[in-house]
Design a protein around this ligand. Sequence first.
Ligand code: SF4
Length: 161
Amino acid sequence: MKAVQRTGPLSLLYAFMDATRGRASVNGEIPRRERPIGLYILETGGCEGCFMEVESLNGSAFALEQAGFVCVSDPADADWLLLTGAVTRVCAEMLDRVWRAMPPGRSLIAVGACAVDGGPFPAGYATLGGLQALTPVRRAIPGCPPAPQEILHALEELARV
Ligand code: SF4
């Protein structure tokens, strides 16, 4: 096989690609699936703390893709919906739309206390509370907010089930 030239203007890019390939996963394990699990992240009305922690998994500090996940920008490409924040009345319709746009086999995961039961944002004139008020919550990642490492670890655990 012909050796790839790793010098010149693209050397920095090659170095980055090598570093990405060589980055250890969180628990040192090899990804389990052929295809990564698509994650669609939706914030429906909290303080956005959980949303920022989930979003930070996209950064280079975390081996999200090596752990077998990829964030997607279209619900039609998503396997799992990660919901952060309480379900505000103005976002309830959007939540329904996103959920319906996801393909069969989809899963809903509540990230943080607000997403589960509303946390400090109980049901009222502006919010319906958490997902618990709307549907049985089978998959949840507790915390206020959970740290990115905890979220990633929980996602890996859920992927094993
Ligand atoms: S659970 Fe806590 S950190 Fe997360 S959105 Fe609610 S108040 Fe903010």
